[in-house]
Design a protein around this ligand. Structure first.
Ligand SMILES: O=C(O)CCC(=O)C(=O)O
Ligand SMILES: [Fe+2]
Length: 293
């Protein structure tokens, strides 16, 4: 990504969007075919159509992973989160848990889909590194990341109706990349308090900064509040790839100077996740209370 070239321009635009909005939309249609996109979302219907006892087999110690749904405060949401869907063995393990007799098509489709999102995650990380001249930090961050694929179903509230899908929140992951079927509902809050819609379409993804990434950048990158509204008679399905960084995260010294004093102490992404889980879902600026200076 050399200064002056087109890829450098799109890099600086994207990083600027992360600073202003904490998110940006990627048209990834050259990399993900509409067939793969459609197949993946068709399979979501099949997955969520499994008996609840089967879906409950997907358990995890990590908050936000595993299976959950029918929350009193978010009655339309149901989700399944599993680790490392972009690694074939992990995709296979999740598939066998859901379909003990196997389901090759599901396994191959979800793996291909997650692998593309994984590549996109690495690309975005590298874009940030190149834009801030912090390239040397990016490979170690990527190498200590692990990923959750979380598939979400928002049950329809009914024709001409709308209801809460996910309450306004900031992500506790480092970064998330989300795509959905054609049903709208995800909204991101701007710094001015306006809510903007993510308009889903095949091959389009939204990259969302989580609180740990914002803290790592010493607040240079923004972390937006966002929410989902369940709307109308069609079910909404979305698939997110959420990254988490193991070990201790520390603001790079290059991002600290007299004008930008250190705003966050070193912290652990995973312990932060536990902390938020204990404090409950209402915490909006959790990272500040966790490790803000
Ligand atoms: O389903 C979506 O579009 C967004 C989900 C989300 O914000 C989350 O799981 O943190
Ligand atoms: Fe989120």
């Amino acid at each position: 990504m050399n200064p002056g070239t087109n890829s450098w321009k799109s890099t600086s635009d994207s990083v600027q969007a992360l600073e202003l909005y904490g998110c940006f939309v990627v048209a990834y249609d050259n990399n993900i075919s509409s067939e793969l996109y459609e197949e993946t979302f068709d399979l979501m219907e099949e997955l969520f159509g499994l008996p609840i006892e089967t879906k409950r087999r997907n358990t995890s110690e990590i908050p936000g992973f595993g299976y959950s749904g029918s929350f009193s405060f978010m009655p339309h949401l149901e989700y399944l989160g599993f680790e490392n869907g972009g690694i074939f063995e992990a995709a296979k393990k999740f598939t066998s848990l859901m379909w003990p007799h196997g389901h090759d098509k599901f396994c191959e489709t979800i793996y291909s889909y997650c692998k593309l999102l994984l590549e996109l995650d690495h690309t975005v990380m590298k874009m940030v590194g190149s834009s801030y001249n912090l390239e040397k930090y990016m490979d170690p961050l990527i190498q200590s990341s692990f990923y959750m694929t979380r598939v979400m179903k928002y049950h329809s509230p009914g024709e001409n109706k709308s209801d809460i899908g996910i309450l306004p929140h900031r992500d506790k992951s480092f970064m998330a990349i989300i795509g959905s079927n054609e049903v709208k509902g995800l909204q991101i809050e701007t710094r001015d308090g306006d809510w903007i819609d993510f308009e889903p379409s095949p091959g389009k993804f939204i990259v969302i900064v989580g609180e740990p990434f914002m803290a790592w950048s010493n607040g240079r990158i923004y972390c937006p509040l966002h929410k989902v509204t369940a709307i109308g008679s069609k079910e909404k399905y979305s698939i997110g790839l959420f990254s988490f960084v193991r070990g201790i995260l520390q603001v790079p010294e290059e991002l600290v100077d007299d004008e930008n004093p250190l705003k966050f102490k070193s912290f652990s992404n995973l312990e932060f996740l536990e902390y938020c889980n204990e404090k409950g879902p209402k915490m909006k600026g959790a990272i500040q209370t966790y490790c803000g200076i």
